[in-house]
Design a protein. Sequence first.
Length: 99
Amino acid sequence: MPDLSEMELYCAEARNILSHAEEIVRSLGRKGACEGHRMMASQGIAALRHLDRIIERHRSRLAFEALPNAVGPPPQKRSWLVYLRQRGGQVGHGIEAHS
């Protein structure tokens, strides 16, 4: 698994590839490429953007894991249990609480 510095390089490379691909798609539009070629190029751009998001999320996760834990663990929760029992025999008085 790559470390954070390697992920930074991967992110920069992904951004460069994506910007280069977007420029190619724009040039296809300017040069009057057929609709099928522009659609295929757009699908390629969508796939590259998806991969870029995956790489960025992984980099963010690694950066978060590298942070020191400045906050201690949460305190133990108190358990306030209320024991309920069914009252028998009296109408209208269904549940009674005991502690």
